[in-house]
Design a protein around this ligand. Structure first.
Ligand code: SAH
Length: 408
């Protein structure tokens, strides 16, 4: 196996089990690895005579050209084979059993939840890999070249661990891999080929477009926050902004909302939302969907038209250098909602940008409230659910944050 040798002192973060090695930390390779290849990492220490170096094994990981050059899979010299993935997936499944999201996996008609995240990248010690389960289908997404290379091994390991609970494994990485690596990856089934599944979440049903939809087809990470919203919905007029599949809207309808308006700039998302209305509340006149830009919609709507508003925008910042503009974006968006929401209204507001910290997001919302001159109380502070766990050594894994606010 090819070896990577670190510069002196660059092993500190690995001693703290951080799973990334940046390009600047690497002194040299025994031989230039291919992208996606598994390499062994060695720390360099000067030996007693002070001239030569000693090398100590420290980790094994996937090599990739870029700022994060090695993503660590093991700190104990394990071989990275199908058995390795089986062990990791078995632990991940055990976690999901412990938190109670997947006892009913299998997609029978009575089941209340058949949808959960099985593998959450670094959070499950498998950097670069995301796997969501929808009934009998697992959707596998590679965010690193290494996971792309290993996809068939991963698929087989999932099938072994999950048994007949999983019949189809769909690979969906066309948009998540570095295009420079020129992998020519195509979306498609690795195992099985049944396109029929419907996600069931807390008893609500959703068409999942894992063939073309965003992420793995559905935003699994809002399950608990949607359930909380239901409790606030009775007799309210609800605006679900950035609705995508309409997730929050159906919880609001089930919670007894008077009317629910779903807005998304994508016509495809609106079509998906409308088809999900037909699945859950066929012909219910309380729901309407609008394909429109959020900022425009908020500008044009009347003051006091809604008394429960959800703002769940896409990540405004994907990189650190975009943080400043993203902060402005969150402030501007939230300010518009604060200006228009009915007195006594409830605002559910979110950020899924990993580079915007919880505190920074709170500051953006604070700024918005102050500009709108509204009296605002924080009722709940929300986050990603337990099937999107955060590796304690990788705080960067915390990405979803939200606030539930009472606006006087
Ligand atoms: N709330 C959703 C997830 C939202 S994802 C859920 O619970 O599943 C973000 C959505 O914002 C996407 O569907 C995207 O099409 C939409 N979007 C992006 N920019 C927008 C804009 N300027 N105005 C309205 N919608 C937008």
């Amino acid at each position: 196996m090819k070896q990577a040798f670190l510069r002196k002192g660059k092993e500190d973060s690995l001693n703290r089990f951080h799973p990334w090695i940046f390009s600047g930390a690497i002194h040299h390779f025994s031989e230039q690895p291919e992208e996606g290849e598994v390499v062994e990492v060695y720390a360099s220490t000067p030996n007693e005579n002070g001239k030569d170096w000693d090398f100590k094994y420290i980790a094994t990981g996937h090599f990739q050209i870029g700022s994060i050059m090695i993503r660590i899979l093991s700190f104990s010299g394990e071989e990275i084979d199908e058995d390795f993935y089986k062990r990791k997936i078995a632990v991940a499944l055990d976690v999901r059993k412990a938190i109670g999201v997947c006892q009913e996996t299998g997609g029978d008609k009575e089941c209340q939840n058949n949808t959960f995240r099985l593998i959450h990248g670094e959070g499950d010690n498998l950097p670069g890999l995301v796997v969501d389960v929808y009934g009998k289908t697992a959707v596998l997404q590679a965010h690193s070249v290494g996971m792309h290379t290993d996809r068939m091994m991963v698929a087989k390991a999932i099938k072994e661990v999950m048994g007949d609970k999983i019949e189809n494994i769909y690979y969906k990485s066309e948009t998540t891999l570095p295009f420079k690596a020129d992998l020519g990856q195509e979306n498609g089934f690795l195992i099985g080929g049944d396109k029929d599944d419907i996600a069931v979440e807390n008893g609500l049903r959703f068409h999942v477009d894992w063939l073309k939809g965003q992420k793995t087809g559905f935003f699994v990470d809002q399950r608990e926050n949607r359930a909380l919203l239901q409790k606030f919905a009775k007799d309210r007029r609800v605006l679900n902004m950035f609705c995508y599949t309409g997730g929050f809207s159906f919880y609001a309808m089930r919670g007894g909302a008077n009317l629910v308006h779903s807005v998304d700039s994508s016509q495809k998302a609106i079509d998906l939302t409308n088809s999900n209305v037909e699945l859950n509340f066929p012909g219910d006149p309380r729901h309407k969907a609008f394909a429109q830009d959020a900022f425009k919609f908020l500008d044009e709507m009347k003051k006091g038209e809604y008394d429960l508003i959800i703002l769940d925008p896409p990540a405004f910042a994907k990189h650190k250098d975009a943080v400043k503009n993203a902060m402005k974006g969150y402030s501007r968006l939230n300010q518009k909602a604060f200006e228009k929401i009915q007195s006594g209204g409830i605002l559910f507001t979110f950020s899924c940008s990993q580079v915007i910290t919880k505190d920074a997001f709170r500051t953006a919302v604070f700024t918005a409230a102050a500009h709108a001159r509204r009296n605002v109380r924080i009722l709940y502070q929300l986050h990603q659910p337990a099937d999107h766990p955060i590796n304690i050594y990788h705080p960067e894994g915390e990405y979803l944050k939200g606030l539930v606010l009472y606006v006087e």
